[in-house]
Design a binder for this molecule. Structure first.
Ligand code: AHR
Length: 383
């Protein structure tokens, strides 16, 4: 099931496969019913053969959905570490609800890669129709994806990427490298506009090994290297508020008075970092001791941008459930699906001193992108 070689034959597979499963279940049920009726006739001393039960294969169309069978989707979710993650979970649950004809098998993998692989193997054993994975880390996937392939179960990857296997049918998510590059381009332009010469930076990274952490780190570091900024330290805050707070508490002790920029790789880490800075007497935000940069742009994050506590917030769009459901609908109809779908992600800022940023994105194109000053409407419209 190499994503580069999706064949029309395979694309017709899922619906056909579900129909076969449906007919098989009906045959087993009919056989059981016949056996029970025969047994009760014998018990009642009756004679003659039992009437055949079931066996009517005429109901339903070419796939299980028409025949009333729910499409079974197994979703191995990263965990519940952030506002972003909760929005992602809700979006997938909405898209694959019972009313819409789905039976969603949801597993919260609690940020544990071994548990996530185990969840996928369980989906294979349960013979689900489709598997959706949001990969905690970007490597270590080829063996289990080969097992999915061998079982004929199409895999859709959302949000984070898989780097060491192509045995999935489609991916929907964010270009994390561009998020990191945009944050670097913004800091460069902002520091110039404000006349700030020396940038001494502390980074609180997301969960190490995730493509979100890798892309944001590498994109920002490209600017730091080119501009000669000092990255004093860069530690894992695990994308959680608690993680962000703990790392920032230790930074405030180790680098007291030495830093003027904090980059948090998601909003929840930023919330924790703000608590730690407040406790240490460090001010942050517009025209304060520290420029605070964040990613995700969830509702609470944007409220902090609006109040000037976070200087800039680079959106990561989590509502990918409907995109994923559309892919499954296309597969059910035997249609071709896009190999990758990128989310549209605006960049939010607290002040109106810069209108846009220009940078070279991960595809090598020079792009100019608008900076959106946060309004009530923008924060309320966010997730
Ligand atoms: O993979 C997306 C990242 O994971 C989000 O930025 C973060 O909030 C989440 O936990």
């Amino acid at each position: 099931m190499d994503v580069d070689n999706i064949s029309a034959g395979f694309l017709k597979g899922p619906a056909r496969r579900r129909k076969e499963k449906y007919l098989m279940k009906k045959r087993i049920f009919a056989g059981l019913l016949t056996a029970i009726m025969a047994a009760s006739l014998v018990a009642c001393g009756g004679s003659g053969s039992a009437p055949a039960a079931g066996g009517d294969d005429s109901s339903g169309g070419a796939d299980g959905k028409d025949s009333g069978e729910a499409i079974v989707v197994g979703f191995a979710q990263v965990g519940h570490e952030s506002d972003w993650r909760n929005a992602s979970t809700n979006s997938v649950k909405d898209a694959f609800s019972k009313d819409k004809g789905y039976d969603l098998q949801f597993v919260d993998c609690d940020n544990d890669s071994a548990k996530q692989i185990e969840a996928v193997r369980q989906f294979i054993q349960d013979d689900v129709d489709y598997i959706v994975i949001d990969p905690i880390v970007s490597t270590g996937w080829d063996t289990v994806l080969t097992e999915c392939d061998d079982a004929g179960i199409p895999v859709i990857v959302i949000d984070r990427t898989i780097e060491d296997s192509k045995k999935y049918i489609s991916w929907v998510g964010s270009e994390f490298m561009n998020e990191g590059l945009a944050s670097g381009a913004w800091l460069k332009a902002y520091a110039e506009a404000k006349g700030i010469k020396d940038l001494n930076i502390l980074v609180i990274e997301g969960s190490n090994g995730s493509s979100a952490q890798i892309g944001r780190t590498d994109g920002f570091k490209k600017y730091a290297d080119e501009e000669g900024w000092t990255i004093l330290d860069s530690q894992d805050g695990d994308f959680t508020q608690d993680g962000g707070q703990k790392v920032m508490e230790s930074y405030c002790k180790s680098y007291a008075g030495k830093f003027n920029v904090v980059v948090c790789q998601n909003d929840n880490e930023a919330f924790g970092a703000m608590d730690a800075m407040k406790a240490a007497g460090v001010s942050y935000g517009v025209d304060k001791d520290v420029i605070l940069i964040s990613f995700d742009a969830c509702k609470a994050g944007l409220e902090y941008v609006q109040s000037g506590d976070i200087n800039a917030d680079f959106m990561c769009y989590p509502l990918q459930g409907e995109y994923c459901a559309k892919i499954i609908e296309q597969l059910e109809k035997g249609e071709e699906v896009d190999k990758q779908t990128f989310m549209q992600e605006p960049w939010y800022v607290a002040e109106d001193i810069l209108k846009d940023i220009t940078y070279t994105n991960n595809a090598g194109e020079e792009v100019t992108e608008e900076l959106v000053q946060v309004t009530d409407a923008a924060s309320q419209a966010s997730y």
